[in-house]
Design a protein around this ligand. Structure first.
Ligand SMILES: *Cc1c(COP(=O)(O)O)cnc(C)c1O
Length: 392
């Protein structure tokens, strides 16, 4: 008999009752160090006092009114995002896939508005991930996402991630945009090289295409900058954001330049819940913390230390581990083989991580972790590797 909850997930037989900072607790009181953070969502850890206060204060005042009315929290958050990014305008939604969908509509809408509606196709990267809706699985392009749900939505072409020649070769007079993740997350923590991002910007400018970055996973401080593309000094025309922006409350956002929003006038798009007062109160609180001086520098420093310490473990267990990659606190531990046994062993030893494609274990701790959490994680990773190696 089918379970009451639709069985779409391979869930661990483990549930948590509460969280505090970098820790999760089961109802039985077992404590886990959370280096999964809801897959890069709980960026400020669990039950952060400033977020709890923002949410509960707002909960006592007003939850939802509809986008029929002005929502001051939206105006404030949009202005702050605009002030801190390339963007001129922001649409609020509830998830990453919705943020990507909005960006895809913006790209089509732009070319329609400039009198070139035949330009609707988007060139995406292989090994990418953009969500689970019909449009975003087509954008992701991977068989494992598309299988069983044919026909794939039309309008997406795929080229090698990092391959500028293939990107150029794929451009036709129907191409509207280039869509990539500046750091592929689900694909195994694969950072785009800086010259690749520069090259994409050049190609977009040369052909009059829109450059669209999906920063749903790598954005919001994850790499030690508010957005990962800042490392390369390259700006997109459109950007999808979600995961960390709500710190655990469902929030998504699509940011664009003024030009790229040409097709997004009144009536072009909408969302019932998108940007409601509860969501905006929390997202503004997340930004309060992230925009504090020194926050990003701390993420960079903590991330660099975590990578250095992981490298020593990689050296110690060459049969199990191959290397470390990533930036800030978006870290991939590359395994020699299927990472599942190590993920399970880490969990058994009370450290939560999450697998990714290409034999990678993702370490995505809350951005607020400190030295002691790194020490604790290292001890667990070391002993878990030792246990899997049958001693050492
Ligand atoms: C998680 C993710 C998405 C999808 O976000 P949802 O909130 O699950 O819809 C899209 N793009 C990237 C890069 C992601 O990591």
């Amino acid at each position: 008999m089918i379970s009451a909850v639709m069985p779409t997930y391979a869930r661990a037989d483990l549930a948590f009752e509460r969280g505090e900072g970098a820790y999760l607790f089961t109802a039985g009181g077992d404590r886990y160090l959370d280096f999964c953070a809801g897959i890069a969502v709980d960026c400020l850890g669990h039950a952060h006092p400033h977020l709890v206060d923002a949410l509960t204060t707002q909960a006592g005042k007003l939850w939802h009114t509809s986008n029929i009315f002005r929502i001051p929290g939206q105006e404030r958050l949009a202005e702050r995002l605009v002030a801190n990014t390339f963007a001129d305008t922001v649409f609020f939604c509830n998830s990453g896939a919705e943020a990507v969908e909005c960006g895809l509509k913006a790209a089509r809408g732009y070319f329609d508005a400039v009198g070139a509606p035949e330009r609707y196709r988007v060139i995406c990267a292989e090994n990418g991930f953009h969500g689970r809706t019909l449009a975003t699985i087509a954008a992701g392009g991977q068989k494992k996402l598309l299988n069983g749900f044919a026909p794939a939505m039309d309008g997406f072409d795929h080229v090698g991630f990092g391959n500028l020649n293939e990107t150029r070769a794929a451009i036709t007079d129907q191409t509207a945009a280039l869509l990539i993740e500046p750091v592929q997350g689900e694909g195994g923590i694969l950072p785009a090289q800086e010259d690749y991002l520069h090259g994409l910007r050049e190609i977009a400018d040369e052909y009059g295409l829109l450059l669209f970055f999906d920063e749903v996973q790598c954005g919001m401080g994850r790499t030690g900058k508010l957005f990962a593309h800042e490392w390369a000094g390259v700006t997109p025309d459109i950007m999808a954001v979600a995961k960390g922006i709500g710190g655990g409350f469902p929030v998504g956002a699509c940011l664009t330049t003024e030009a790229a929003a040409k097709g997004m006038g009144v009536g072009a798009h909408g969302s019932t819940y998108g940007g409601n007062p509860l969501a905006m109160a929390v997202a503004n609180a997340v930004l309060d913390v992230m925009l504090e001086p020194g926050f990003m520098e701390r993420v960079q420093k903590t991330g660099a230390e975590l990578v250095t310490r992981l490298e020593t473990i990689v050296e110690k267990y060459p049969k199990l581990l191959k290397g470390v990659r990533g930036r800030g606190l978006m870290i991939g531990l590359m395994c020699q083989d299927d990472p599942k046994p190590l993920v399970l062993k880490l969990r058994e030893n009370r450290l939560l991580s999450v697998g990714a494609a290409n034999n990678v274990i993702r370490l995505l701790p809350p951005l607020i972790i400190e030295e002691q959490h790194i020490d604790e994680a290292m001890t667990i990773i070391d002993s878990s590797c030792a246990q899997l190696s049958g001693g050492a």
